[in-house]
Design a protein around this ligand. Structure first.
Ligand SMILES: O=C[C@H](O)[C@H](O)[C@H](O)COP(=O)(O)O
Length: 222
């Protein structure tokens, strides 16, 4: 079993009967969903999920996991999500799959947010992984220049030779900074730029990180 699967399955064990669960996105979360579906079948566990992407929604539907919306539930008991980078203060860089806006909406409202990952996602400082920023398509070239003025190399994201379009109909600009030593400050600076919808910096949102390293689990908490 891979480290990410190990961490994902451990987190799935923390889901309790009757919970409204915020379901993140990505390959690590997919393992969590599969384990959750197994628990529902074997233990009769009943939950409702709020998915953070169309991909997660599709997999949850395929696995028979009941879903709900913010229209029906304004509260999330627990959210479980992956990350692209995690620093020692539990600050995250997310959005490698382009789902950062919905993920942030889901993860930040949860009473408790658990991040799941293999040890390879732990970093001393964020920034090696290019930071995804979701921008509105209108005037994206101007927004890209504003981002570049903050001192990063920018790249409009493509997928299979087409411009990547997020679940919200927006573009993603990946921003390569040398190092992100103050995620909170950088997030505020980027958010203040016209045309920016959201950044992939998840600052002071995670409550716990479950990491697996060579089959050994450990939990990092705030
Ligand atoms: O937009 C995607 C998300 O932020 C993912 O949670 C993140 O990219 C980690 O994905 P994975 O579990 O596939 O490494």
């Amino acid at each position: 079993m891979s480290d990410k699967q190990h961490a994902a399955e451990k987190a799935a064990e923390k889901v309790k009967d009757g919970m409204v669960l915020g379901i993140g996105s990505g390959s690590t979360v997919n393992y969590m969903l599969k384990k959750l579906a197994k628990r529902m079948e074997e233990e009769g566990l009943q939950i409702k999920g709020i998915p953070s992407s169309k991909k997660t929604e599709k997999l949850a539907n395929e696995l028979g996991i009941p879903l709900t919306t913010f229209a029906e539930n304004s509260k999330i008991d627990l959210a479980i999500d992956g990350a692209d980078e995690i620093d020692e203060h539990l600050q995250l860089s997310k959005g490698g799959g382009g789902s950062l806006v919905r993920e942030k909406m889901v993860d930040s409202i949860a009473d408790y947010f658990i991040v799941i990952a293999g040890e390879d996602k732990l970093v001393k400082s964020l920034g090696e992984f290019p930071l995804p920023v979701e921008v509105v398509p209108f005037g994206w070239e101007l927004t890209e220049k504003r981002l570049a003025n903050l001192g990063c190399q920018t790249a409009l994201r493509y997928q299979e030779d087409e411009r990547f379009i997020s679940d919200n109909g927006n573009y993603i600009i990946d921003c390569q900074f040398e190092i992100i030593d103050d995620p909170e400050k950088l997030h505020s600076e980027i958010k203040s730029l016209l045309g920016v919808v959201e950044t992939g910096l998840f600052v002071n949102i995670a409550d716990e990180v479950i990491i697996s390293e060579n089959g050994q689990l450990r939990s990092l908490k705030k």
